[in-house]
Design a protein around this ligand. Structure first.
Ligand code: DMJ
Length: 572
């Protein structure tokens, strides 16, 4: 019994604090053991808590992804306002790009249309300005400069139609001759020929295009030698004598005089020669001196005094691209201080545009009216349908509220323009529309000459909003062209969009603009990115490069632009 009590008291002495107070080493070991065990337990608990949080997050993520998958499987993309097509999103990955197979298919269809238009031109009108598909012959509507061929160069290049591009390049190098005793339109020659050649140069880096652009620009340049610096709109390409058309009463046309800036500034940037930029920039300085508070200029300007003549104000024929270039020169100039006045003038004009905006009855379509004196005319040209794209492109330069307001306006106007197409039996738009109360829109001049403005705006709106509705609208318009305008030897316009009766002309801008914008509408946004390129009014993309500051000319010749084959366009 005594032995039992003594062994029990030996065991219990370890829990007696006095035992440790007499043995400090053991106390230290006990303390360290206690700290280690506490740390271990605390650490395990923290780990468990963290794992629980992570698990919760993962669970939420799985739920979110499951929901998204469910939406993708079952979602019918509801297209506001059209309510026509339902589309399932089905994306695959190719070359690191997310490619929508429907987009890819549509892009191929547009490329096929280009090939058909081009092959027909090649077969029946090679080297002429335009093809007459029904009679299968070429016509020289621009003095025999191969307008369709030059207008098509960049479209061929962007679409990867390399053989066709090379053949066209050989013609430019060996057969293109500008020494023509022909009274050419300074505007048409600039936007189609100078613009087309510069774009081909920027895309391919081939010097032959730059040399030719310089040749034709030098022939156009004397047109700016007027008392005011506002150019005459017609010039003889061989002799250099310039004048205005008789039907303007000797005046210059606003759009004709204010739509050479992008091309001539680009030419100065690429050649290092300041003379091109100086001539065209002076026009804007002259117009700015008497620029009205609403920024709206009548379509006729007196080239001697540089002042406006009493005439129509419009965003349609003869006014349109003046406003477009105010914005685009600002973009081309990298939005710097040197081009600030372009943006200011453009914003002033947008205030004026807002004063022309009206709504139809009963359906409330938004449209841009025209103005003569103080009276508004309830008419809008299809040509003015470039405006939604321009407004959308310029909207991001405003603060958030204004930006949203202008983007909304652009979207409303695009809806109206799309309905110019949808409201006719052929689903192709007429040349202009009138808006009588109670009747919404009525076709005025009822032809359709394959114009691009509406698809141009759809392209910008799709790029800038990401809304696939605009692709659907573009696809519907393309199908209407296929149905009504495609003939055995090319594409023709319609004499009347109500009856579908065909004309006999394949306009060069159909290949330069309509088909290019449609192709880009179904291509990834990296293909001719709007951050790097600016389109001239004939849809020729010009590379945005550093601006040449007057007096500090730098030799920027041979700007080497990486080509599509080097991966510039995303390589699909
Ligand atoms: C093209 O030559 C240009 O887009 C121009 O600015 C307006 N007219 C045609 C297309 O309609």
């Amino acid at each position: 019994m005594a032995r039992t009590r003594s062994s029990s008291s030996i065991r219990w002495r370890y829990v007696n604090p006095a035992y440790y107070l007499k043995r400090p080493k053991r106390l230290a070991i006990l303390f360290m053991a206690f700290v280690s065990i506490s740390f271990f337990v605390w650490d395990r608990q923290t780990l468990v808590r963290e794992h629980e949080e992570e698990l919760l997050m993962l669970k939420e993520e799985v739920e979110r992804l499951q929901n998204e998958l469910g939406e993708l499987k079952h979602e019918d993309v509801s297209y506001t306002k059209t309510n026509t097509t339902a589309k399932k999103i089905d994306v695959t990955k190719m070359d690191g790009l997310v490619i929508d197979p429907i987009e890819a298919q549509r892009r191929e269809k547009v490329k096929d249309a280009m090939l058909h238009a081009w092959t027909s031109y090649e077969t029946y009108a090679w080297g002429h300005d335009e093809l007459q598909p029904q009679s299968k012959n070429g016509v020289d509507s621009f003095g025999g400069l191969g307008a369709t061929l030059i207008d098509s160069l960049d479209t061929l290049y962007i679409m990867g139609l390399d053989e066709q591009f090379q053949k066209a390049r050989e013609w430019v190098a060996n057969s293109l001759d500008f020494n023509k005793n022909y009274d050419a339109s300074v505007f048409e020659t600039t936007i189609r020929v100078v613009g087309g050649l510069l774009s081909a140069y920027d895309l391919s880096g081939d010097n032959v295009f730059l040399e030719k652009a310089k040749d034709i620009a030098d022939r156009l340049l004397p047109a700016w030698n007027t008392p005011s610096g506002i150019p005459y709109n017609i010039i003889n390409l061989a002799h250099g004598n310039a004048h205005n058309p008789g039907w303007t009463g000797g005046d210059s046309i606003l759009a004709d005089s204010g739509t050479e800036q992008l091309e001539f500034i680009a030419l100065t940037q690429r050649t290092g020669d300041p003379k091109y930029q100086e001539k065209v920039e002076n026009v804007i300085l002259v117009l700015n001196k008497t620029f009205p508070d609403d920024g709206l200029l009548p379509i006729y300007i007196n080239p001697h005094r540089g002042t406006n003549s009493h005439s129509t104000i419009t965003f349609g024929a003869m006014g349109d691209s003046f406003y477009e270039y105010l914005l685009k020169v600002w973009i081309q100039g990298n939005k710097t201080a040197e081009v600030k006045h372009y943006r200011e003038m453009w914003e002033t004009s947008m205030k004026g545009l807002l004063s022309l905006v009206r709504k139809t009855a009963p359906s409330s379509f938004t449209y841009i009216s025209e103005k003569i004196g103080n009276s508004l005319i309830d008419k809008m040209d299809e040509l003015a349908c470039f405006a939604p794209g321009m407004i959308a492109l310029g909207s991001s330069g405003y603060g958030p509220d204004e930006s949203r307001k202008f983007l909304n306006l652009a979207e409303e106007l695009a809806w109206t323009c799309y309905n110019f197409y949808q409201s006719t039996p052929t689903k192709l738009a007429g040349e202009n529309y009138f808006f009588h109360s109670g009747q919404d829109m009525t076709v005025g001049t009822s032809w359709n000459i394959l114009r691009p403005e509406t698809v141009e705006s759809l392209f910008y709106l799709w790029r800038l909003t990401g809304n696939k509705t605009y692709q659907e609208w573009g696809w519907n318009i393309f199908q209407a062209f296929e149905k009504n305008s495609r003939v055995e030897s090319g594409y023709v316009g319609l004499k009347d969009v109500n009856t579908g009766v065909k004309d006999n002309m394949m306009q060069s801008f159909f290949l330069a603009e309509t088909l290019k914008y449609l192709y880009l509408l179904f291509s990834p946004p990296s293909v001719i990115s709007l951050d790097e390129w600016v389109f001239n009014t004939e849809a020729h993309p010009l590379k945005i490069v550093p601006r040449v500051v007057p007096g500090e000319e730098r030799k920027l010749n041979n700007i080497r632009v990486r080509t599509r084959k080097e991966g510039r366009f995303g390589g699909f």
